[in-house]
Design a protein around this ligand. Structure first.
Ligand code: NAD
Length: 339
């Protein structure tokens, strides 16, 4: 593996036909914005599941420039039609809440396993030359057995969402190897930033804390908040996903695209209080959260850095300020949803 010495530059995507499943959600919509700005022709495929971070506001400024298909990855005919003639497919559609997946395990397996199989079968049958970038999650790992976690670390997920994400990642790799599809898995961890779901604690802790900070409320940390987390800013993650799409040497493999910086949950809460708003308050662990808590998670990005020179560029302070700047004038679109 060679280690590029210069920082990466993002390729242009002029003329490329890009499909973003889950493109109304946090990561998918940021990808759609960036792909469009790089010259791609963008189609979003999303069912706007009210239990997810999907939000039409995420695409308000680009809705006339992208093609939006309101449909479900559980619908094989729908996703098959959507992958036709695409050059790149970013698979961001998912049932994304750890606690909801524990309550509704059958929905989770339908979306996060069968839905992914639908995308894979559709590609194999109708668009086998397309590049697929599938998003995995660091929580597939479970408790850390050695530090830092790398792509060879064993996976022992502690909740249904993470178990199904682990299984579906393997489907992506099985199809890649068995049918020579151009699939890459990029695993992310605790992504924060503009267009995230800031209204519910059922998703990432950090975006919920940002929502509390924006409203000037107490940022409620379970226990002492000492557990370490690798947190990443959305723009850097989007860069990693686009680089993965455009780098054939990354086909049929798995990469962690995460920041180098680890913070305790308490430090994250304090940084949000300082740069966004609100005040840190410590509360007791709720039982349903304690059982799916994995402790410290420290992750290496050496593999993707070696492959494409990707690095996480955004400091915590700058990421929080950009997030605040995005949300402040748009709070009503993110907080007052009639669910
Ligand atoms: N946000 C993070 O910190 C993080 C970390 C690791 C991995 N990931 C992964 O990134 C991907 C995107 O997550 P996100 O944070 O943007 O979540 P999100 O909830 O904001 O977006 C998910 C999108 O998928 C759509 N969707 C849900 N079920 C669907 C279905 N059946 N058919 C079509 N669309 C459907 C939703 O409507 C929503 O727009 C997921 O695969 C998630 O597992 C996210």
């Amino acid at each position: 593996m060679t280690t590029p010495t210069s920082p990466y530059t993002l390729p242009r995507l002029d003329g490329q036909r890009v499909l973003v499943t889950g493109g109304l959600g946090f990561i998918g919509s940021n990808l759609a914005h960036r792909c469009l700005s790089l010259g791609a022709e963008v189609t979003i495929y999303d069912c706007l599941d009210p239990r997810s971070g999907g939000n039409m506001q995420n695409v308000a400024s680009i809705k006339n420039d992208v093609h939006i298909v309101l449909n479900d990855v559980r619908n094989f005919e729908g996703i098959s039609a959507a992958v036709l003639d695409k050059d790149i497919v970013f698979n961001c559609a998912a049932y994304t809440s750890h606690p909801n997946a524990m309550k509704e395990p059958f929905v989770d397996v339908d979306v996060n396993c069968k839905g992914v199989l639908n995308v894979l079968e559709a590609l194999r049958r109708f668009s086998a030359d397309a590049k697929l970038v599938h998003i995995g999650t660091s929580t597939q790992i479970g408790a850390m057995k050695y530090s830092p976690i790398d792509e060879n670390h064993p996976e022992m997920p502690v909740d249904i969402y993470s178990a199904n994400k682990s299984a579906s990642e393997k489907y992506v790799l099985v199809y890649a190897h068995a049918y020579r599809l151009r699939n890459t898995v990029v695993r992310l961890a605790n992504v924060y930033g503009p267009r995230s779901n800031i209204r519910s604690s059922d998703f990432g802790f950090m975006n919920f804390f940002i929502g509390l900070g924006l409203k000037g409320k107490d940022i409620t940390i379970f226990g002492e908040g000492k557990q370490l987390r690798t947190i990443s800013f959305i723009d850097d993650c989007v860069d990693a996903l686009i680089l993965s799409a455009e780098t054939p040497a990354m086909d049929r493999d798995v990469y962690f695209a995460v920041s180098d910086q680890q913070y305790s949950v308490k430090e994250v809460g304090e940084a949000i209080a300082q740069h966004v708003g609100g005040k840190v308050r410590f509360i007791e662990w709720p039982k349903n959260r304690e059982v799916i808590e994995v402790g410290d998670a420290v992750i290496s990005n050496a593999k993707i850095r070696g492959a494409v020179g990707w690095e996480h560029k955004t400091s915590l302070e700058s990421g929080l300020l950009k997030t605040k700047e995005y949300f402040e004038p748009r709070m009503k679109h993110y907080m007052d949803l009639a669910l």
